[in-house]
Design a protein around this ligand. Structure first.
Ligand code: SF4
Ligand code: SF4
Length: 296
């Protein structure tokens, strides 16, 4: 079962919630925040496989090209243009869909692989008992705009039927949508600020549109500031999975690349969140989600 952890905004504490839950609850951890993956800092996995992620881009044989523009019209991403008497390919805009190859009746286009990132596979140690969780992560090359194929490569590697915590990109972009397509449940991480509420609303609308059941974790919670978030989730009929209190101790642990659950107070808090989340996962109708995913 795949549990996506997302937040409408960056810095809300999505990775904090994801890594602490994965470690404490003995769940697998999948980092698809491929523009800035940082789960490895906290889980310190042993990586046993690392490979390049490629995408396909067209190459034009100018001797065969008749400049007929069929491929230009077929490209939905404006990655092709005829200029200065030749067909130009803008590789950064290319989605590797292959429509241009199919459209060319002059056999003037072939495809080559272009590296855009890497994926990693490994294990991390759980608490005390020596057992290990699966760790998957992707990293997009610097200056690459196309995160989708890297996210796809990582999610394709998920093999476990156990609970997989998927640490999504921040925001509600197509990178998040790509990860949500395989999600059975979404954990929406927010913080008790006006920005937090605004972006929670966007993330909540996204999972609702995709018919994914969800619950909310309030990070950096302070009782005197939480009421707006609590009012919101009550009006939206969203379950509150728990609150992670703001403290200097939490900030210190995070800044040292350590898990919050090393602290006995946060250990208990994440344990409670994990148990509440588990109860919701047990109630999630998997057959309903199979139907939903088949429709996507
Ligand atoms: S469809 Fe083929 S021949 Fe026509 S412009 Fe594109 S590459 Fe050239
Ligand atoms: S592979 Fe698809 S996106 Fe890339 S240039 Fe060809 S038609 Fe455009």
């Amino acid at each position: 079962m795949n549990v996506a952890v997302l937040s409408g905004k960056g810095g809300a504490g999505k990775t904090t919630v994801a890594v602490n839950l994965a470690w404490l609850m003995h769940w697998n951890y999948i980092d698809v925040d491929v523009e800035a993956p940082n789960g490895h800092i906290f889980l310190k996995p042993h990586i046993n496989k690392r490979d390049t992620v490629n995408t396909l881009v067209p190459v034009v044989d100018e001797d065969k090209c008749k400049l007929c523009k069929s491929c230009v019209k077929a490209c939905a991403f404006n990655a092709l243009m005829i200029s200065a008497g030749r067909l130009q390919v803008f590789q950064e805009l290319c989605h590797g869909c292959g429509a241009c190859v199919l459209s060319c009746t002059h056999d003037a286009i072939t495809e080559v692989e272009r590296p855009i990132g890497i994926f990693e596979h490994g294990q991390f140690n759980y608490e005390q008992n020596g057992s290990q969780g699966e760790f998957l992560s992707g990293l997009l090359n610097i200056n690459e705009p196309m995160a989708g194929p890297v996210i796809h490569s990582v999610t394709q590697m998920i093999s476990s039927d156990e609970i997989n915590i998927i640490d999504c990109s921040p925001g509600a972009s197509c990178n998040v949508v790509k990860a949500l397509k395989i999600a059975d449940f979404a954990v929406l991480v927010t913080e008790p600020t006006a920005f937090g509420l605004h972006d929670l609303d966007i993330a909540g609308a996204l999972v609702k549109t995709m018919n994914i059941p969800s619950g909310v974790v309030i990070n950096r919670s302070k009782p005197e500031y939480d009421h707006k978030i609590v009012n919101y989730i009550e009006t939206q009929n969203l379950p509150l999975l728990g609150r992670v209190p703001y403290s200097r101790k939490a900030a210190e642990l995070y800044s040292e690349g350590r898990l919050l659950v090393e602290d006995v107070k946060y250990h208990a808090i994440f344990g409670a969140i994990g148990r509440i989340l588990s109860a919701h996962l047990n109630r999630t109708d998997k057959s309903l989600h199979k139907i939903r995913k088949d429709q996507l």
